[in-house]
Structure formats: C-alpha cells, structure tokens
Design a protein around this ligand. Structure first.
Ligand code: ADP
Ligand code: MG
Length: 460
C-alpha cells in the first residue's frame, strides 16, 4: 500500500484549538439551568493525540460537540487557529461510537459524503474515497452496503469517511466501545499506525474514552474530567515509547497512576444540604444549591466486590479488581464510591481497603447486612428527605413522580431518574421503604414509620 507520508512537524507552540473558560449549561423543562461543563480551559497543539477520560454523563460528548462547532458554549470562547469558531468547524471531523452510516448508500458513497459537502468534483471524490478505503483495509468492499458489513468493518467506513476530508483535527467519541474485543484491538493498533507513521494528514486527535487502558495505549496526553459539573482534574503527558506493551511495568504504572486520579476525583467541596432545603428548593433562576449526587452502585455488586476484597486479605488494587470482575472503570467506580459512602471500604492510592464495618458486613447474614446499610442510609440527605416526606403522610405513601420533581430541581431529567432508581434500589434492600412498580408508589416500611407496630405483623 503506497500511501503518502504527511508531515506534522509544526512548532509545538502553535495551537490548533483553544478553549477559554468554556462553560455549558442546559435548560431544564422547569427553566432551571444544569451546569454540565464548568470553566474548561484546554489547548490542543499539532502533533498531539489526546485522550479525554471521564465518567459517563460527565459531558465528554458535549465538549467534543463544542470543539467541532456542532454546539456552542454558554460562556467562554473556542478558538481554532486563533479564530473564534462559528458553526461546524470545517477542519474537524468526528467518528461516532454508533458508526452513523447511511444504510442506503454504499461504502464508497458513505466515504464520499464529506467530500460532496465540500464541493469536491466527482472524479476527485471517487479517487480519494478509493484511496481511503484502501488505507483502512476495506478494498473490495466499495460497493457493499453497511448491512452487509460486520461492526468492525462499519467502523472502518466511519474512520474512512472522517479521514476522507483530510481533517486537521480528528475527534472520536468512544469509537471502539461498540466493537468486540479483538476487532477493537485491531482497529486501535491500525489507527495508531496510520497516525504514528503519518500516513494521514491529521494534525491532532482528540479521543473520548472511558477506557483507561485504551487511553494509556494510544494517547500521548490524557485529560481527565470530573462530573457534576465537568472540570479538568488532571492533564497528564503520556511519554511511554511506541509500540506500547500493556504488560510492561511502565505501562501498568501509568494505568495505575490514571486510576488513582480517576478514583480520587470527587472533591469534598459541596456541603451536604439540610433536608428541609431539599424538599423546598429556593426560588429563581441560575444559582441554587445542588444536592450531592449518590453513586449508582447496585447492592449486589457492592456485596460481590466486598466479598472478593475480603478474600484477598482485605485490600487489593482497584485496577486488578476491575479486570477480574470484568468491569470497566465506569461500572466499577460507582460501586467503590458506594462502598466508601457506606463506610464499608476506603480507596487510597488506587487500592481498595475494606473497613472493619465492611468486614463485618461480609461476615454477617442478610438481615444484619440490611441493618448495616439501613444505618448508613440514615446519614444521607436524599434518604432523609424521602423518609421524612413519607413519614409525614398519613398513609406513609407517595408517588415516585413527586420525588422525580424534587430531584429534577437538582439534576438533569436523566440524572434525576438514575438518582431516584438507585435510591429505591438501596431503600428496598434495607427495608426502609417499598416500591410498587405498578402504581409507582413508594411507601415506608412499618418498622420505619414510628407508629406502634400491630402485634400480628411484629415478627413477619
Ligand atoms: P458523556 O458523553 O460524558 O457521557 P454528555 O456530554 O453526553 O456526557 O452529557 C452530559 C450531561 O449533559 C448529561 O447529564 C446529559 O443528560 C446532559 N445533556 C447532554 N445533552 C443535552 C441536551 N441536549 N439537553 C439537555 N441535557 C443534555
Ligand atoms: Mg458521550
């Protein structure tokens, strides 16, 4: 394959993209604003391959859309080569997780799309598309339709389409996460080869991912976002030489280092609010105290994790635990955060340590376990609010919708639903309240009402 070699030899000081104080808020149906991105300052220079890591829902896709000009910041400035971006940035393209191919167009036609939009003549379009289809290893499939291709092949078309327009900046939004393990691994190393050998004219790559290993394997700079709202909590160079070996000590150390930052990102800066304040939020527009979100850890996962750590002698490396439980960091973190919230475990420098309470949780039967969780839930404002509302009703019951409304004052619609479903999962486990899925009613367990317990139900 005789593809040209492109030079990226810019002075590193020239910046391609500069974000200055970029903030993004979304208006909720009730007119309140939810702040998703908060004061993001970021510079992307030619020659850089940046991985953007962060928990799901933190605002990674939003940031990518702002950088490509598909969305505008609420405050702050986005400069491309020193000029403010107005509308879609013609020098940037995006590869999506979901391939986003047109099913009625052939591979070749899909790849040509971006060139059509640029007004490139048909003859040149065809030639460029054929070259790119060759570069990404799909020659012979020019006339195939997307439905005839495997997921991996479709994503190759996605890459070819993005690369066909010779973008200076290639943005990728979790491009490998919908692919099976081997396909993803192949595509990663092929894309990396194209980039490292300068066989594509792309000047910089920005890849959103939630895979720490993927970031350490591919990128030479790793930017880590927090959540609610997203701020940059770390910006690390990754100087490991290529080709990178996932088993090397240096690689494992780098993964560990990133893990430590990722697990330490919840700064204790929001004071927990008084429950009265939660149920009757302040009036008016922008600024408003926010309820501290609870992590989405499922109790069954929590038990599994604690049992495993206990078996390991009481502590283990988070990264290894994640690998063993086949959990991505996105799935493991809410569980470790839940363990910390309940004082069952502590995360220190990338290791999870079981606490005395956690150890007794592991050793107890189900009823004792429930009692431990019940005890912990009493200190959580969201639970105090729910139980107080339920206790104040004569029938000790309330529509789920009512709590949704309260939570939507503090979170986006989607987040409010997640928060409430997690709260319901924990509360049901701990026998604090019950939830009837048909009527969508929450009601307080008799033992929690403070009412005298009828004799006949006392030991049921
Ligand atoms: P990520 O890509 O990190 O998972 P997103 O950027 O997709 O996160 O979303 C960040 C937050 O912004 C989420 O809470 C999401 O619900 C909210 N959000 C994203 N797009 C919109 C929109 N168009 N309107 C309202 N809220 C949105
Ligand atoms: Mg996303």
């Amino acid at each position: 394959m005789a593809s040209p070699i492109y030079r990226r030899g810019d002075r590193k000081s020239d910046s391609l993209v500069r974000l200055l104080g970029v903030t993004k808020t979304y208006k909720q149906p009730d007119n309140y604003n939810i702040r998703v991105l908060d004061d993001i300052n970021l510079e992307i220079r030619p020659g850089e391959f940046i991985a953007l890591l962060g928990p799901s829902g933190s605002g990674k896709s939003t940031l990518l859309r702002i950088i490509t000009g598909l969305s505008t910041p609420s405050y702050g400035t986005v400069l491309y080569r020193g000029q403010p971006i107005e509308g879609p940035n013609p020098h940037a393209t995006m590869v999506f997780q979901s391939f986003a191919l047109y099913p009625w167009l052939t591979v070749q036609q899909n790849v040509e799309l971006g060139l059509v939009a640029k007004g490139v003549l048909p003859q040149q379009r065809r030639q460029r598309a054929i070259e790119l289809i060759d570069v990404i290893g799909l020659n012979g499939y020019e006339d195939a339709f997307p439905k005839e291709l495997s997921g991996g092949m479709r994503q190759r078309v996605g890459f070819a389409r993005a690369l066909a327009v010779d973008p200076e900046l290639l943005c990728m939004d979790e491009p490998f996460s919908a692919l099976d393990f081997l396909t993803a691994e192949n595509l990663r190393s092929e894309l990396l080869d194209l980039w490292l050998e300068s066989r594509i004219p792309t000047r910089a790559i920005l890849m959103v991912t939630h895979g720490i290993e993927e970031a350490v394997y591919m990128a030479d700079r790793i930017v880590i976002l927090s959540k609610n709202p997203a701020r940059i909590v770390a910006d690390l160079p990754n100087l490991l030489p290529f080709p990178r070996n996932r088993k090397s000590t240096e690689f494992v150390q780098m993964v560990d280092q990133v893990y430590k930052i990722v697990t330490g990102w919840d700064e204790e800066d929001e004071d927990d609010l008084d429950t009265a304040e939660l149920a009757s939020p302040s009036q008016g527009g922008e600024a408003r105290p926010r309820l501290r979100p609870i992590p989405y850890g499922h109790i069954s996962m929590l038990s599994g994790l604690l049992e495993l750590v206990s078996d390991r002698g009481g502590h283990d490396d988070l990264y290894r635990l994640g690998a063993e439980l086949l959990l991505e960091v996105d799935d493991l973190l809410p569980v470790t955060e839940t363990a910390e919230l309940f004082h069952l475990a502590e995360v220190r420098e990338g290791d999870l340590f079981i606490t005395e309470l956690g150890q007794s949780f592991v050793e107890q039967d189900i009823n004792e376990r429930k009692a431990i969780i019940r005890d912990q839930l009493k200190d959580i404002p969201l639970f105090r609010m729910i139980t107080r509302v339920l206790a104040s009703k004569a029938n000790h019951a309330m529509n789920k919708e009512f709590f949704n409304d309260i939570l939507e004052e503090h979170f986006s619609l989607e987040e409010a639903e997640h928060q409430l479903m997690t709260a319901i999962n924990w509360g049901r486990y701990a026998d604090i309240f019950h939830y009837d899925t048909d009527t969508e009613q929450l009601y307080l367990d008799e033992d929690q009402t403070g009412d005298p317990i009828p004799a006949e139900t006392q030991d049921s």
